[in-house]
Design a protein around this ligand. Structure first.
Ligand code: PAF
Length: 282
C-alpha cells in the first residue's frame, strides 16, 4: 500500500496521472472506516482508473473540543480495511501541519444559505471547516470524481455548492447510507457507543421510517410533534433537532408542495455521543 503523509510526495506521485488525464476517484474520510466508507471506495474503484482515500480528522470542523479529542483514530485498522478491498488504493493521511502549515483556521464560505440550516445552526463554524478541508484536498489531489455519503446530506449539498461556486472540475457523487442490522446509520462515531447505547439507537431510524410513513397523511408540524414526543423522557437519547426540509434549499417545510422533494433530518445525543441521520420522504 502507498501511504502518503506529505502532500508534496502525493503531488509528485499524482503529477503523471494528471498529465495523462487519468480518472481519479477520491473518498475523503476522517478514518475509523466502516462499511459505508468501503462502499464509497468500491464505487470509486469501479468508476475510476485510480482511487485516493484521505484519512484526516480535520480540527477546524469541530465546534466541540471534547468531540474532537474523542473522535476515534484507528489508522492501522483503516489501512488494513482498505488493503482488503484493493492494495492499489493511494492513502493520504496527513498531519495537521501538512494541511494547515501552522495556521489551523477555517476560511469563511457562503453556500447560498445552505450553511444556516440544521447542522449549521447547531454546530457554528462547522461548514466553514468542512469547506476549508474539502477545497484544500481537492486542490491537492485534483480528483475527477469525489464520493460522499448521503448520511451527511447537508454536507453533500454544501460540497456540491462549493464545487459549483468555485468552478472546481470534479464530479461530486452522493452514495446511499449503509445501516447496521438494527437500522442505525453507519458512522465512525458509532465506535464510541456501548452495546446498550447501540441497541437503543435503533430508535433513530425507526422514528425516521415512521415519519416517512406519516408524510403522506400528516403535516410537517404534526410529524415533528410525533418525533418530539417519541424521544421525550427517553433515558439515554436526547433529541437535538428534527426537521422536514426541501432537499434542494434545505429550508424547513412549512406547507408541503407537490413538485418538491423533501427529506427528514434528525440529530440526537446518545448520552454525550452526537448522531445524525436522514431519510427521503417522497
Ligand atoms: O464526512 C466527513 O467525514 C468529513 O466531514 C470530511 C468530508 C472527510 C471532511 O473532513
Amino acid at each position: 500500500m502507498l501511504i502518503f503523509n506529505k502532500q508534496s510526495l502525493l503531488i509528485e506521485h499524482l503529477t503523471p496521472f494528471w498529465a495523462t488525464k487519468t480518472t481519479i476517484g477520491f473518498v475523503p474520510t476522517m478514518g475509523a472506516l466502516h462499511e459505508g466508507h468501503l462502499s464509497l471506495l468500491s464505487q470509486s474503484l469501479k468508476e475510476n482508473e485510480i482511487s485516493v482515500v484521505s484519512i484526516f480528522v480535520n480540527p477546524t470542523q469541530f465546534n466541540n473540543p471534547e468531540d474532537l479529542a474523542k473522535y476515534p483514530r484507528t489508522l492501522e485498522r483503516d489501512v488494513e480495511k482498505i488493503a482488503s478491498l484493493n492494495t492499489k488504493v493511494l492513502i493520504y493521511a496527513p498531519t495537521v501541519e501538512d494541511i494547515y502549515h501552522g495556521n489551523t483556521v477555517s476560511q469563511s464560505f457562503q453556500y447560498d444559505g445552505l450553511e444556516n440550516q440544521m447542522e449549521g445552526k447547531h454546530r457554528p463554524g462547522h461548514f466553514d471547516g468542512v469547506g476549508t478541508i474539502v477545497k484544500r484536498l481537492f486542490e491537492i489531489i485534483k480528483p475527477t470524481h469525489a464520493y460522499f455519503g448521503e448520511k451527511d446530506f447537508q454536507q453533500l449539498q454544501i460540497v456540491k455548492k462549493l464545487v459549483h461556486k468555485n468552478n472546481i472540475p470534479v464530479k461530486v457523487i452522493g452514495c446511499p447510507i449503509h445501516r447496521e442490522a438494527n437500522g442505525l446509520a453507519m458512522s465512525s462515531r458509532n465506535e464510541r457507543l456501548s452495546p446498550i447505547e447501540r441497541k437503543e439507537s435503533a430508535l433513530i431510524f425507526k422514528t425516521l421510517s415512521k415519519a416517512k410513513k406519516l408524510f403522506g397523511m400528516k403535516s410537517a408540524k404534526e410529524i415533528s410533534k410525533f418525533v418530539t414526543k417519541t424521544f421525550e423522557n427517553h433515558p439515554i437519547i436526547k433529541l437535538e433537532y428534527f426537521e422536514i426540509a426541501d432537499e434542494i434549499t434545505l429550508r424547513s417545510c412549512l406547507r408541503k408542495s407537490k413538485n418538491k422533494k423533501y427529506r427528514a433530518f434528525i440529530a440526537v445525543f446518545v448520552n454525550n455521543i452526537r448522531l445524525i441521520d436522514t431519510i427521503s420522504l417522497n
